[in-house]
Design a protein around this ligand. Sequence first.
Ligand code: URP
Ligand code: ZN
Ligand code: ZN
Length: 471
Amino acid sequence: MSILIKNGRVVTACDDYRADIFVHDSTVTLIGKDLVLDADRVIDAAGKLVIPGGVDPHTHLELPFGSTSTSDTFETGTRAAAFGGTTCIIDFAVQFKGVSTLEALDTWHEKAAGKTAIDYGFHMIITDMPDHRVPEMRRLSDEGVTSYKLFMAYPGAFLSDDGTIFRAMRKAGEDGTLVCMHAENGIVIDELIKIALAEGHIAPKYHALTRPTRLEAEGTHRALAIAEVARAPVYIVHLSALDSLKELRDARARGVMAHAETCPQYLLLDETAYDAPGFEGAKYVLTPPLREKWNQEELWRGLRNGDLNVISTDHCPFCLKEQKEIGKDDFSKIPNGGPGVENRMSLIYHHGVGKGRISLNRFVELTSTAPAKIFGLFPKKGTIAVGSDADIVIFDPDHEETISVHNARTHHMNIDYSAYEGFRVKGFTETVISRGKVIIDKGDYVGRAGDGMFIKRGPYGGAHAGLRDGV
Ligand code: URP
Ligand code: ZN
Ligand code: ZN
């Protein structure tokens, strides 16, 4: 199978030029001006942007959470991602306490194999890492799982103590892998939750009121300090507020090998969402919670100047009906998380590039190249270059849509609401090629479950790769 993409404006993290791209089987084999070649399919991309497929390094498909699971399966979630111009996700496998991480990996392989529309990798959520399990981390990396997530929140479920965090970071530093941190002081948060409930506060907005930015900043500070002493790189997930961003800046200035992502919800939604009538605020019960609006421009500034490296979604969907409703009488029981994997590229293009907050190259870098580099997928993923996987999005910068659960062009996620209901976006994914196969053709899904495959990732490849010994 060969595809010739003609007349497009090719944009990568560092290039911007008009060229034709020839794809043979699964890879890009030629890029040039006015290519004249026989191809099975010719796509005219005149007037369109030709960009690397999005890489979303933070999704939760089929994630067990209390008595329920996220509502998108590996099939529905990756199909929705494809509609939105994302061609690779890194999802989170979970090690439950007392279980080997290798067993957990097998379980997640069973969930995903043969089901996905696009390629995928796994991080491993570590909840239990006594000394005798530490060698499993090397075995995971041999299996292509080269990053781990540890939690400072959710005591009794996911929380790791600081000793566990230090052990995991030290080992990751030695192996050239990467620890991702959920940085929030979950112990103090639990105390605040107990106080709120004792005072009879059960509404969704208390989720936000019991998770102040200072406790995220404290977790961020601690994660960065532990990484510094462990001499390991660290990646702060879902950073939501200026307080934490300041900690990141300070740590980087003293040489800590730190990366951080933020997500569209922290850039575009704010705490007033919890004032929605009735139980509607539960749609926004995600962790960290939405913050005061003024934080948003600080995060955009951080994205522009390089303090923040990646925009992921933390796609973690639970339907309002029956799932979020588990916490109707107690906000602390509302499953935490929200949807977004389908909307990231359009939202960030519109509010970032369209509003002059970030350049087009930076848009590609934040949504594709940087996560591919940091998480060991580059240059297979994250760019358009000869030899790279043909994960290519033909993106129409003029196509406008209103995001809505009722708009069949913007909502393929298996969830009964949109977090971005009514958001107008200019800039929309038209055609998606995933490893050389057209899977979205002018807005129609033409792929099938099983087109995607598990990608064994390489070692940590961020800015500090190879610098651990202080070079
Ligand atoms: O609310 C969220 N983000 N749920 C998913 C789990 C996590 O902490 O990323
Ligand atoms: Zn988290
Ligand atoms: Zn998450």
